[in-house]
Design a protein around this ligand. Structure first.
Ligand SMILES: Nc1ncnc2c1ncn2[C@@H]1O[C@H](COP(=O)(O)OP(=O)(O)OP(=O)(O)O)[C@@H](O)[C@H]1O
Ligand SMILES: [Mg+2]
Length: 361
């Protein structure tokens, strides 16, 4: 059994890498051993990522490695210190966000808003500063899904977003649904649409964000084009159901995002199956596994699936979508999608070659 001194602790964590740079934490000064002895081990990890989900995963991995290496030590404490940089201002609109993720599909009613809202909730619950923008100006549904209503105040020339309480904090949410009376149809022409989206992005007092999640309207390329023009998007998540026709639409949506240079971050299969609550029997109502196959064919990451569950629809109708995370039958699916998404984003950063020290001419 190795003596748990500082160098043995560092050696035990040799393979632990920064999820964003891919470099071993021990080699980059991001690992501090604050206590090492028979009675207990304490280490602090300095991570560069803004993803609180990845902090948790790295902490759990470090604990696992230390417990395996020093099974006789009763106390293992791993803390995470964030070494992140403040968010830069994006595009001409000056939005302060580190990652902007759009959620879209080619087809209506596949669960984009439910998935977009759930991704935002998952990131926020883990502790990242997350905002949610409902870019569906035709049929905004985020206010309803989250049970938010009211009219935003204007403060110092900025729209104050509505906020959803999450744990001890809250998540800013902006939607055309807060600005237009419910049930009032708005006919948007191209330039107005562009203006409305730009305004919600630019004139909302979002504050500094780690993530902004954007719920897109179905199908249309207009909003994707507008978004790509006003700010650099990190990328888009495409939601689809397993049916062939929905997959065809998803493929078109992927082509649309690629056309406007928005990277596709992955595909989510929603309504992938139904497990009958009475019998436990599984029914593949819209087929099964189609999105995974399509993602593979199109060389896009598959981020996960969400089965058809009656409580998801009930929570959507009741404005309690956040409660999907309290349901042990639903939560693992949503968390898996968030984990893969942020893991892939960090891995993409890790794979990117380091910036050259001299300008390349
Ligand atoms: N996995 C699921 N299980 C059960 N119901 C679901 C599931 N996902 C979404 N729903 C329900 O399906 C309906 C449509 O979902 P949602 O509004 O998220 O779709 P959308 O793709 O955003 O639609 P639109 O194209 O109109 O914007 C809602 O009533 C929602 O509660
Ligand atoms: Mg929607």
């Amino acid at each position: 059994m190795p003596v748990p001194d500082s160098s043995a602790v560092t050696a035990a964590l040799r393979d632990l890498r920064d999820p964003e740079t891919g470099r071993p934490l021990g080699e980059t000064g991001q690992l501090r051993v604050t206590a090492a002895g028979e009675a207990g081990i304490a280490v602090a990890l300095g991570l560069t990522t803004h993803s609180a989900i990845l902090w948790k995963i790295s902490r759990a991995r470090a604990e696992e490695l230390l417990r395996a290496a020093f099974p006789a030590v009763p106390e293992v404490t791993v803390t995470v210190e964030s070494h992140e940089r403040p968010p830069g201002k994006l595009g001409q609109i000056g939005l302060e966000a580190k990652s902007v993720i759009a959620v879209g599909s080619g087809k209506g009613g596949v669960g984009k808003s439910t998935i977009a809202t759930s991704i935002a909730l998952g990131l926020a619950r883990a502790g990242s500063r997350t905002g949610l923008l409902d870019a569906d100006v035709y049929g905004p549904s985020v206010p309803h899904l989250l049970g938010l209503s009211g009219r935003p105040q204007i403060d110092d020339g900025k729209i104050v977003p509505m906020r959803l309480a999450i744990g001890e904090g809250s998540m800013p949410v902006m939607s055309m649904g807060f600005l237009v009376p419910p049930g009032e149809a708005v006919v948007w022409r191209g330039p107005m649409l562009h203006g409305a989206i730009t305004q919600m992005l630019r004139d909302t007092a979002w504050g500094p964000l780690d993530y902004l999640v954007i719920d897109m309207p179905p199908g249309t390329g207009d909003i994707a084009l507008t978004l790509s023009q006003v700010l650099p998007l990190t990328g888009a998540v495409v939601v689809c159901t397993p049916q062939d026709v929905a997959l065809l639409d998803a493929t078109k949506a992927i082509a649309m995002f690629r056309k406007v240079n928005i990277p596709v971050l992955g595909m989510v299969e929603n309504m992938s199956s139904f497990v009958c609550p009475d019998t436990g029997k599984r029914y593949d109502i819209f087929g099964s596994g189609g999105a995974k196959r399509t993602a593979h064919e199109l060389e896009i990451p598959f981020l996960g699936e969400v089965p058809i569950q009656i409580p998801i629809r009930e929570h959507g109708d009741a404005g309690t979508t956040a409660a999907n995370y309290d349901d042990p039958a639903t939560r693992p699916y949503l968390e898996a999608i968030c984990e893969r998404l942020v893991g892939n984003l960090a891995a993409t950063n890790a794979a990117r070659p380091p910036l050259p020290s001299l300008p390349v001419l």
